[in-house]
Design a protein around this ligand. Sequence first.
Ligand code: AP5
Ligand code: MG
Ligand code: ZN
Length: 214
Amino acid sequence: MKIVMLGAPGAGKGTQAKKIAEKYGIPHISTGDIFRANIKGGTELGKKAKAYMDEGKLVPDDVTIGMLLDRISEADCAGGYVLDGFPRTIPQAESLTEALRKRGEKLDYAIDVNVPDASIVTRMAGRRACLACGATYHIVYNAPKTEGVCDSCGEKLVLRDDDKPETVQKRLTVYHDQTQPLFQYYEQAGILKTVDGTQDLNQVFSDIVAILGA
Ligand code: AP5
Ligand code: MG
Ligand code: ZN
């Protein structure tokens, strides 16, 4: 099963993608997590990405597309995957479609986790992230068992550099300008499904399972 998660910054793509990955036994691939791991590791890719991310801008397609296509060529992706944060431009979506077409494959679902902008800024302020394993928490809606510590791997949780309210606002603008056209793209491909992302996160997941099949 090959799934793409769509939705605004903070809609809950990462939260749901992790649950999908666990239930269906497929890898969760987040381009944002890959960039953050590279920043943490001080790599050249990380240095390049950080400047864009801190400003709420997209990392250029020429960097992002190759990185993602390499990742989905790895052995653990043979049985499918859930992509989180990719594609987020039309050229990214087209490159993915084309790369899959060459292998005689295609995406099964594009799931839009729908949350209005007004709810996003509050959510982000309460988010805590694990830069080691990509897990995401919320101080009220999805608190870790021990404050400030990742349940999955025990690392320290942090507030992401791009979760400042001004930067969140910029990310929302970029999302509406550059990522929203993907809805029409996947609607035309006949694979777009929308879930109400303002519900409790377990209810959002039930709605997704109803789409994917139990
Ligand atoms: P990325 O890491 O993808 O960030 P994003 O799209 O802005 O999305 P977020 O990770 O902020 O939100 P999310 O939807 O995953 O929400 P979450 O589950 O955490 O990208 C970061 C940057 O990297 C980009 O700005 C760009 O610069 C660069 N980048 C990445 N991919 C790129 C690409 N393809 N091309 C170019 N550049 C790229 O949930 C949010 C919070 O809400 C959490 O605290 C969570 O616990 C809570 N929550 C979740 N669900 C619920 C619920 N139902 N009710 C209440 N709270 C909830
Ligand atoms: Mg995320
Ligand atoms: Zn962790």
